[in-house]
Design a protein around this ligand. Structure first.
Ligand code: DGJ
Length: 541
């Protein structure tokens, strides 16, 4: 009897029935929770082909670790794991998981299945070569594209089957250890070079009524819809039924909503199949549109800001829609994806070599309660451990426990000079309020000619950690506090200790004063590196 119980207990420890990774709401923030502990992802994405050779990747892991990353975002390609139909080879996945574990790192797996940047180049040869069974997109002139059609169940089923097999395999080897904590379904889905497909099935679907689920979502959420979608629907009479052209009008905007719905349904089928095998949090990533371009000139129908509702309605199994950001207006773009129904995760925050990246990470974590940040092509960057990104990650890693608590309690703010799409930097001081103080944050070094300063690389965050007490971290910041509300109206700096967190413990460095606080007038963070100060304020008249 006891023997039997012991055996049963061992079984339970060896193979947990449920995933131990989930996205959870904690106070004002969403958190990625791994084995009961919130996990803040300081990530980096591999260049597209790197994970296809473990030997190629091997020398890079030490650099990722030295750059203070805790997660590698890595593709798994359909053609590698299912080289012949129904015959799976998970060698590439096993190697990734083994090497990540050896470096004590987590993984985000990118499922490069039917769609990778609109195209289907990662589909296996047995799919590509069998056009009769796996039809491709046709554009208006009948020409075929290297893109699987979203209107043929055979395509969806083949992809979903492979993805489910991948998830079942990850469950078998990783459900106890949770090296893999997040999964991306497809990559930057979106139709090119036209706003929609024009094959026979696609044309039939476009003439058919708009599905009731989408219309019900529009009606139930009318006042909460993203403004461009609401406008499009209302301008066409806010109809409760009709064809796509009747409900959304004639033209590319309506065609894009149609494409978004069908791509969302495709992603839903694949995601649901994967989750049925192993329930990890999953997301779809999005390529942004350039202002002024038409759908089809940019990938039409992806989970773009104006189509978020279509995707939320069409793909409820996806936990997040996640922005890939290669445009300068990072702050504006991420704000669309910080929503009560969407945790912010940035799987591709432009290329890892950019000096702006670290400041952007501070903004995302501080202002938008991001659960993770990850620039692209980390293995392409020579001297990654010496990069500004690595320096910023060092500070963010130290701050993580305080930051997670502050995110949940609404006691964090991120600061960074906004950058517009055309690269214009709005360099005026930013005023933020926290813990009874108003902080005027200037991004310009008063002692250095403006032309020598790279303002877009300056940024940081303020966390309130007690009464009158703040952890402030960043680079290129000159911060003047004033009290808010009644009472004394001037703020003084009682102390500004430079320091580091070592094994979670705050270790004081210098007590900053004199020139380092401009004789007590403000808190200052040099431009050349990221640092942390523990600051106590007081009030006087
Ligand atoms: C965005 C894609 O999602 C990535 O896989 C990669 O192709 C980059 N673009 C290249 O800049």
């Amino acid at each position: 009897m006891i023997k039997g119980m012991l055996a049963a207990a061992l079984l339970v420890t060896a193979a947990p029935a449920l995933a131990q990774v989930e996205l959870r709401r904690e106070g004002q923030a969403h958190q990625l929770v791994v084995k009961g502990q919130p996990f803040l992802m300081l990530g980096g994405e591999l260049a597209n082909s790197s994970a296809s050779s473990l030997d190629y990747l091997r020398p890079h892991w030490a650099d990722f670790k030295a750059a203070h990353m805790n997660t590698v975002v890595a593709p798994v390609s359909w053609e590698l794991i299912e080289p012949a139909e129904g015959r799976f080879d998970f060698g590439s996945v096993d190697g990734l998981i083994r090497d990540a574990r050896a470096h004590d790192m987590k993984l985000v797996i990118l499922w490069f299945g039917s769609f990778k940047n609109s195209m289907s180049s990662y589909a296996p040869a047995w799919v590509k070569r069998d056009q009769a069974r796996f039809p491709r997109v046709q554009i208006a002139n009948g020409e075929g594209q290297e893109i699987l059609s979203a209107f043929h169940p055979a395509n969806i089923q083949a992809d979903a089957k492979a993805f489910a097999a991948l998830m079942a395999h990850i469950k078998a080897i990783d459900a106890a250890q949770n090296t893999v904590v997040l999964v991306q379904v497809e990559n930057e889905i979106g139709m090119l070079p036209t706003a929609r497909e024009y094959g026979v099935e696609a044309n039939r679907a476009f003439a058919a009524p708009v599905p009731a689920e989408l219309l019900a979502h529009l009606q139930a959420n009318r006042t909460r819809l993203v403004p461009p979608l609401r406008k499009l629907w209302e301008e066409n009479g806010a109809k409760a039924s009709g064809s796509w052209a009747e409900v959304f009008g004639r033209g590319p905007a309506a065609e894009e909503v149609f494409t978004a719905w069908h791509y969302a349904r495709y992603a839903e089928a694949v995601t649901a199949a994967g989750k049925a095998a192993y329930r990890l949090p999953m997301y779809a990533n999005v390529a942004f549109n350039r202002p002024g371009k038409l759908p089809g000139e940019y990938p039409s129908g992806g989970p773009l800001p104006h189509l978020i509702d279509v995707w939320k309605a069409g793909a409820p199994s996806l936990d997040m829609l996640s922005p890939d950001i290669y445009f300068p207006n990072f702050g504006q773009l991420i704000a669309h994806y910080d929503r009560p129904d969407n945790a912010l995760f940035i799987p591709e925050a432009n290329n890892a070599g950019r000096d702006e990246g670290a400041a952007e990470a501070f903004l995302a974590f501080g202002n938008h309660r991001a659960i993770g940040y990850s620039p692209f092509a980390i293995d392409d960057l020579e001297k990654l451990p010496k990069s500004r990104l690595a320096q910023g990650y060092d500070v963010l890693a130290q701050l993580t426990p305080s930051l997670l608590a502050a995110q949940a309690q609404g006691r964090a703010v991120g600061v960074k000079a906004p950058v517009m799409f055309d690269g214009t930097i709005l360099a005026e001081p930013q005023v933020v309020e926290l813990g009874g103080y108003r902080f005027s944050v200037s991004f310009t070094d008063p002692w250095t000619p403006l032309a020598e300063q790279k303002l877009a690389t300056h940024g940081g965050m303020i966390l309130q950690v007690g009464e009158d007490e703040f952890l402030i971290a960043g680079s290129g910041l000159w911060i003047t506090p004033t009290p808010v509300g009644p009472g004394p109206h001037i703020a003084g700096i009682e102390s500004a200790w430079e320091g580091r967190f070592e094994a979670g413990q705050w270790r004081r460095g210098r007590l900053l004063n004199g020139d380092q606080t401009h004789q007590g007038r403000r808190v200052q963070f040099p431009r050349d590196h990221f640092s942390i100060q523990r600051v106590r304020l007081y009030r006087y008249d």
